[in-house]
Design a protein around this ligand. Structure first.
Ligand code: 3PG
Ligand code: CO
Length: 551
């Protein structure tokens, strides 16, 4: 790989170039459900009016997802931002692997199914039980069950993590009923025994990320692997009981449950079984994978670890080889902006709080752990609070801003990137007042960064990885009208939006003579080239063009 070439007409702004990712803050229609619009954001408003402003696509094919009906997410978003190009992503790759049959011909699928056939043991599937298409898709699970049946696998157990975060907040029963129907048909027609064995809300068990709360994984392990937990005769009964006990509870927060038959758990994981984690996205799949793969392991007490063959849908971390076995290889993302800058000897800093730290480092760097060259890279992680984010919607915005301002003024860095998680993480809670406070905290941070950039003759690029808080009301699918509760308040939608995101380029000293480049239909993969031109480098030829022209 070559180093970056100098820009022919512009040597770069004098101070640092700061790329702010305002997670989950998109541009939506200006109504009651748009909390970005409703929040008081004097700084972002100022940028919209006085800086160079445009919109970028942040969903579907613009970030490598199969169709433009797919909402974006932080993982593929940060991949695209850091890579400066679009790569085919998880769901698209798996669809192809299933269609072409490459998945079934693969060594890992054959090893895991062969294992259970030989030992007459159980094939387990653990994963997010929805069609949200961010971490998983139930169509993939269905395809694997059909194939397992064709290959003569007799017993399958499914451990269902209820979503309500990438899909409507209380939709679990629709997925459960539909799937139970599918299982009943398979069992009746083919004489197999395929059943749901355990489950729980994804934000309560199993799907922690970035080691924010290993207890979640410990709870999930007990439920899925040991079969220890509150018992019910069906997943539907579990969900209905929990909802009765705690009215208003969202699917993502439901406690764990175990399905029993004849007084015993129907599907704990036993020696000799095979286990597939069918999530394809890495962030929330890594910890459970480690619990299955690692020995020794000190994150929680697993009890006796069953001796199983474990595989992930994908390899969630290629450098750390987590997990060891996987069904579909991940996209190979090379030559990210981070790698180029390191290679060129340009100092960079990445910051966020725990919840999005991996996004500005691992995902931004093309699904790569560790630094390209520690001499030129610093990473700052601010520990996230461990409370529901609606209780503290400001999250760590102030601490993050303090560190960023300090770094800008230190003169140590040429490129600084950071992520404010609030618009997304609080957006996922569906609590409107909290989301507004979260966005206002981001705006305050952006304002302080604008000042610091001005003081140092640097430049600011403020944008987002995908929308969320810009479209927070559930809508009638046909009419688009906002759906309301009995008090007339909009019913919340907790998932990401399909909206574009803003991009603001602010060069207070005017050195760059930046103006819109006029390339049509740009997506967030253009942010890498935009950062490079402001630093005075020519973007690599195959990068998505910059939002601005300089010089
Ligand atoms: C989550 O994992 O929290 C959601 O499924 C997606 O959120 P993110 O893509 O913004 O991280
Ligand atoms: Co999100």
């Amino acid at each position: 790989m070559e180093s970056l070439k100098k820009h022919p007409r512009f040597a770069g702004v004098e101070g640092p170039v700061v790329l702010v990712v305002m997670d989950g803050i998109g541009i939506g229609r200006q109504d009651e459900g748009n909390l970005v619009h409703r929040a008081k954001t004097p700084n972002i408003d100022w940028l919209a009016e006085h800086a160079i402003a445009s919109q970028l696509k942040a969903h579907g094919t613009a970030v490598g997802l199969p169709t433009d009906g797919d909402m974006g997410n932080s993982e593929v978003g940060h991949n695209a931002i850091g890579a400066g190009r679009i790569f085919n992503q998880g769901a698209a790759r798996i669809n192809t692997a299933i269609e072409d049959g490459v998945l079934w011909d693969g060594e890992v699928w054959r090893e895991l199914t062969g294992n259970v056939k030989e030992r007459k043991s159980t094939l387990h599937f653990i994963g997010l039980f929805s069609d949200g298409n961010v971490h998983s898709h139930l169509d993939h699970l269905r395809a694997m069950l059909r194939r397992a049946k064709d290959e003569g696998v007799g017993t399958v157990r499914i451990h269902a993590l209820l979503d309500g975060r990438d899909v409507p907040p209380t939709s679990a029963l629709e997925y459960i009923d539909d799937f139970e129907g599918f299982l009943a048909d398979l069992n009746a027609e083919h004489g197999v025994d395929y059943a749901i064995a355990s489950g729980g809300g994804r934000m309560n068990i199993t799907m922690d990320r970035y080691e924010a709360d290993w207890d979640m994984v410990a709870r999930g392990w007990k439920i899925h692997v040991r079969g220890e937990g509150r018992a019910f005769s069906s997943a539907r009964e579990a969900v209905e009981t929990f909802r009765g006990e705690k009215p208003g509870i969202l699917d993502q927060d439901l406690p764990g449950f175990v399905i029993e038959r004849d007084g015993a758990p129907v599907g704990p994981v036993r020696d000799g079984d095979s286990v597939i984690l069918f999530n394809y996205r890495g962030d929330r799949a890594i910890e459970l994978s480690r619990a299955f793969d690692e020995d020794p392991f000190d994150k929680f007490d697993r009890g006796p670890r069953p001796d199983v063959k474990f595989a992930g849908m994908m390899q969630y971390d290629g450098d750390l080889e987590i997990p060891k076995k996987f069904l579909v290889p991940p996209p190979h993302i090379d030559r990210t902006i981070g790698e180029y800058l390191s290679k060129t000897g340009v100092k960079q800093l990445a910051l966020s709080e725990t919840q999005k730290f991996g996004h500005v480092t691992y995902f931004f760097n093309g699904n790569r752990s560790g630094k390209f060259n520690p001499d030129y890279e610093d990473y700052v992680e601010i520990p996230s609070d461990r409370c529901p984010f609606e209780d503290k919607p400001e999250m760590k915005a102030k601490e993050l801003t303090d560190k960023t301002v300090e770094a800008i003024e230190s003169g140590r860095y040429r490129f600084i990137r950071l992520n404010y998680p609030n618009g997304d993480m609080v957006g996922h809670t569906g609590v409107f007042e909290a989301v507004i406070r979260g966005i206002e905290a981001v705006d305050e941070g952006v304002g302080r960064i604008m000042e610091a950039v001005k003081k140092t003759n640097g430049a600011l690029i403020a944008s987002a990885d995908h929308g969320n808080s810009d479209d927070m009301a559930a809508r009638d699918k046909k009419t688009g009208e906002i759906l309301r509760d009995e008090h007339g308040r909009p019913r919340p939608k907790t998932a990401h939006s399909l909206n574009p995101v803003p991009v603001y380029v602010y060069d207070p000293s005017g050195q760059s003579n930046a103006r819109l480049s006029g390339h049509p239909d740009l997506g967030i993969s253009s942010l890498a080239a935009t950062s490079l031109v402001l630093m005075g480098y020519e973007p690599p030829e195959d990068y998505t063009p910059s939002v601005v022209e300089v010089g």
